[in-house]
Ligand binder design. Structure first.
Ligand SMILES: Cc1cc2nc3c(=O)[nH]c(=O)nc-3n(C[C@H](O)[C@H](O)[C@H](O)COP(=O)(O)O)c2cc1C
Length: 194
């Protein structure tokens, strides 16, 4: 089983990559048999979506460079953890733009959303669930994970992805539960896709 963790901020010095590292540690512990890969959108440097055609309707698309890397990494995975901050009560524009460039690489595959921020990115998480399920047809699992508070200001997760506060440590149980649910759906849906 291959699980991709997507770090959804491209902001310089962003803290989402710390949250993604925290998820990576938990995924390696909870799913020891799985291959875990982190896709850091901040490092990937995807071009902005400017195609004339929607990806789903463009059979002649020949992705290159960072876009090819993004799509190939998604296609290789059986399940996903999208890690998002909350910007103005939504997901960052760069994450939405990256999602808009997907066609069928994640269709009928499950995903979990982990969010951080003042209200645990609750509103951004709902957006990510909606847009990934809408046309693209990825499958949201019931669990989401909220990291409440400002990771950067509170230093609640260090740069190695280790929890530094009781609040974040308290979210590790729900995170492990969500990863186990993700693995269950990944196995079931892989079998169903044949
Ligand atoms: C443009 C912008 C809008 C923001 N809006 C919200 C918000 O609506 N809710 C929230 O909890 N935090 C908000 N924040 C604070 C972010 O949670 C905080 O800056 C966090 O570090 C952003 O994640 P990043 O460092 O990975 O980019 C906002 C930050 C930015 C830069």
């Amino acid at each position: 089983m291959n699980i991709a963790i997507i770090s959804g901020s491209v902001r310089q010095g962003n803290v989402t990559q710390r949250v993604a590292a925290w998820v990576e540690h938990a995924a390696k512990a909870a799913l020891p048999e799985a291959e875990i890969n982190v896709i850091n959108l901040g490092e990937l440097n995807l071009p902005r979506f400017e195609d004339a055609m929607p990806p789903m309707m463009n059979a002649d698309r020949h992705p290159e460079g960072a876009l090819k890397q993004w799509l190939d990494a998604l296609a290789a995975a059986d399940g996903y953890v999208f890690v998002t901050p909350e910007y103005n009560h939504g997901m960052p524009a760069a994450l939405k733009d990256a999602i808009d460039q997907i066609d069928h690489q994640i269709t009928k595959k499950p995903f979990v959303v982990v969010g951080h921020g003042g209200v645990g990115a609750a509103r951004a998480i709902e957006q990510v669930k909606l847009v990934l399920n809408a046309n693209i047809g990825a499958v949201p699992v019931p669990n989401s994970v909220n990291v409440f508070g400002y990771v950067g200001m509170e230093n609640s997760i260090d740069e190695q992805g280790v929890a530094q506060t009781e609040a974040v440590k308290g979210a590790e149980g729900p995170l492990t539960g969500a990863l186990e649910t993700l693995a269950w759906y990944a196995t079931a849906l892989k079998t169903a896709r044949g």
